[in-house]
Design a protein around this ligand. Structure first.
Ligand code: UDP
Length: 373
């Protein structure tokens, strides 16, 4: 009997390939007509720009195994991600760094002076319990209100006091002029786009790929199912729907260079979108050859039953619901739940790949054990 992998994103592709290389027959299905899940990329027919179809993805990692792994499936070009933010009608550098602090407070402080200045503003909260407390204890009220409060309310649709502190921990605060958005040693973009990388991972003997196919419609027994779809969907939402934020992209074109950078965040609440992304700037090595430009204005809202899930919200009520699904999953033999949707966690691409490699190791070890019995 063969293995069935549901979802042709990074999780499914990595596990599918590993199983096939270990001698198993694998069927990989995806209900979309494309591979790559939400990382999918394709060239815009009009301008030629590589567009990140479901919003921008920047690959960054400190994991050597993951870095070595992805090298095998495409040519990666170094890319140092930088973000600017509009707040109160002015443009600042993000994540909060010495330039942001000096410009925001109209000062010329050294790293030590800025550290002391921010420490004097920050509130002493021994163990921050939520996003707002985490921000107030890290950067104080002024920077929090300018850059995080409005953006976070737009992005998550709830009060920052109702969100876990962990969301903010994704972003550093730096007392230097280092404005690199990510601190990881490896940051890169695939020259041919993410879809080609996933395609290359799946391009191996033993893998049958079926796009535009729903798992619910399959009628065939499998040795094991590796499910990277939403865990609540697998169980027909029996305990309710896990909450996600979805994104609406208002796609528009421009002649020339619209904003001079890949990502411009809009932190003020009177602007309805969270950010504008200009996709040719994600590919600096080729950007100047395109006259036109493709941009996304990004709006966040609660995910409905027919929308694409992006960010797991993970409020307290959802944590309780998730526990029920996880218990149910553990009691369901023959199925493994993987990836962002299968585990209801917001995973960066590198973590997704690392977890998929680990899951593959475990599955292959189990197959070998069974065979030698
Ligand atoms: N955030 C913010 N203002 C910004 C950028 C980020 O308030 O200008 C908050 C927001 O709540 C976001 C979180 O910081 O969800 C993490 O930011 P990150 O850039 O990691 O967001 P993602 O990559 O998930 O879009």
């Amino acid at each position: 009997m063969r293995y069935c992998i549901v979802g042709a994103g990074f999780s499914g592709a990595v596990i599918g390939r590993a199983l096939a290389e270990a001698g198993q027959k694998v069927l990989v299905i995806d209900e979309r007509a494309t591979m790559g899940g939400n990382c999918a990329s394709e060239r815009d027919a009009g301008t030629g720009v590589m567009v990140h179809v479901y919003g921008p993805h920047i690959f960054h990692t400190g994991n050597e195994r993951v870095w070595d792994y992805v090298q095998k499936f495409g040519d990666w070009v170094d890319y140092n991600h930088r973000v600017q933010a509009v707040a109160g009608g002015r443009v600042f550098s993000l994540p909060v760094n010495l330039l942001t602090i000096n410009q925001f407070f109209n000062k010329v402080m050294s790293p030590a002076q800025a550290r002391a200045f921010i420490a004097a503003q920050a509130q002493e909260i021994a163990e921050p319990q939520n996003f707002e407390e985490q921000a107030l204890s890290l950067i104080g009220p002024d920077l929090y209100r300018a850059f995080f409060r409005g953006y976070t309310r737009k992005q998550w649709g709830v009060e920052p006091t109702e969100l876990p502190a962990s969301i903010l921990k994704r972003l550093p605060v730096r007392f230097s002029y280092d404005d690199s958005y990510f601190a990881h040693p490896y940051q890169a973009m695939p020259r041919a786009g993410y879809t080609e990388v996933v395609k290359a991972i799946l391009d191996t003997e033993g893998v049958e790929l079926r796009l535009g196919a729903r798992f619910e419609d399959l009628d065939e027994p499998f040795a094991h199912v590796i499910y990277s779809g939403p865990i609540d969907r697998y169980f027909h939402h029996e305990y309710g729907r896990l909450g996600y934020r979805t994104l609406d992209f208002e796609r528009f074109s421009h002649k020339g260079d619209f904003q001079g950078t890949a990502v411009l965040n809009y932190c003020d609440e009177d602007v309805p979108f969270t950010r504008i992304t200009e996709h040719k700037h994600f590919a600096p090595w080729e950007r100047d050859q395109f006259e036109g430009s493709v941009l996304y204005r990004e709006f966040s809202r609660l995910c409905g039953p027919d929308d694409i899930p992006y960010y797991p919200i993970r409020q307290t009520s959802e944590e309780a619901m998730l526990r029920k699904y996880v218990l149910r999953a553990e009691a369901t033999p023959g199925v493994s739940f993987v990836g962002r949707l299968g585990s209801y966690r917001y995973l960066d691409m590198d973590v997704t790949i690392a977890e998929a490699l680990d899951a593959s190791d475990r599955m292959i070890a189990a197959i070998r054990e069974e065979k030698s019995l």
